[in-house]
Design a protein around this ligand. Sequence first.
Ligand SMILES: Cc1ncc(COP(=O)(O)O)c(C=O)c1O
Length: 456
Amino acid sequence: MTTATKPRQPLLQTALPGPKTQAIMERDAQHLSTSYMRPYPFVPDHGEGVWLTDVDGNTMLDFFAGIAVSTTGHAHPHVVKAVQEQVTRFSHVCLTDYPQEITTSLAERLVAHIEKPGEKWRVFLGNSGAEAVEAAVKLARNHTGRTHIISTLGSFHGRTYGAITLTGSKTKYKRGFGPLLPGVSHVPYPNPFRPPLGATAETCGQAVLDHIELLFSTVIPADEVAAIIIEPMQGEGGYIVPPADFLPGLRALCDRHGIMLIFDEVQAGMGRTGRMFSFQQFEGYGNVQPDIVTLAKGIASGLPISAMLAKESVMTWPVGSHGSTFGGNPVAAAAAHATLDLLEGVVKHEGCGESLMDNAREVGAYILAELRKMQAEFPFLGDVRGEGLFIGLEFVKPDGSPDGALRDRASMAMFEKGLLNLDCGEAVIRISPPLILTRGDAETGLAIMRETLAAL
Ligand SMILES: Cc1ncc(COP(=O)(O)O)c(C=O)c1O
């Protein structure tokens, strides 16, 4: 891989969108679901590392990785080889019925990243994040014999019925789709930049915990609550990192009431923050070990596979009670193994240090520091936050309120300069590039960002 170490610039050969892109977008608009959004006129043709080339030959720098999915970049040779080898052996023999070495060893590798001494974990494999979330909620209800689930405002958990019920980010996901799952409540997420419940950045974690206890003594009997599901770092809601004391406090609250703690690591997990799971960033502040974890997105560099990890003491649902035809597909599992090889550093990626997790930490810290310098220069950058390559940039009006319109202009201007990016929250640009991003490529992306911000 020479491209990953050689700083490159986007190459724009046509005005965007080019003619071939335009033609495909017109056909797409005729035949595909009316629910698809199409915020940027880009039709990929092929990719290499952190670079994606469209059907008109325009090469863009990828700062969003297909929403935090393409962990190892595009067409990583190690992943391609693993997929090719598996597909020539077999592509499907239903995991619900037949064990397969490739998924057995994948489960062994995943639990090794979470098991504490004296603990044993098990794995259910699915196809998507929503499916992992559905599995987590079904397991929590089945295990506890309780029904109620608590989720957070601003959260995103997927688009199936259970998952949209849990989702708390936008009403468009729910409007016209009801009735949804009964027995679900939402509580505020402790966002230090916009603290809820009249709290401050420092006290908002405790304020949310107090709010949950208040609900338990007034409207939701705690002994009817099966689970609290939360993103340890909130993705779709705005790339938000909660205060350090919050997750240990939530763990203690769940323990007091016999409630399962589910961490949805679908977006922030799989090495993106510099640790395998984002909750592990808080281990220095107390016990944050969850009961159930959901994984998807970055797990297999773009092949569809998801995982629901649960403590063995919790995974008590009976034989035959849950499964999936495609879940744990062996080709996707091969891609997951190859992705883990690079994340763990079993296989090295040139120019990315000992492992992709190390690289995410180092390059992420560099990007954060550079963006904080820009924040000092541009007053409309209200907040720069994140961990590793999970970074949010919040745009504000002079009165401090979110400036979604300015964010949209910035995002489109960056795209037009060859930087693929994506919005989230009310006024945030998320930076979630492949974890193979080198410092040189980060510099290229930051230069585009600075140029854009200066021109706003
Ligand atoms: C935290 C989180 N959970 C669940 C999901 C749903 O994943 P999927 O779209 O693969 O169903 C997402 C997707 O963005 C997510 O960010």
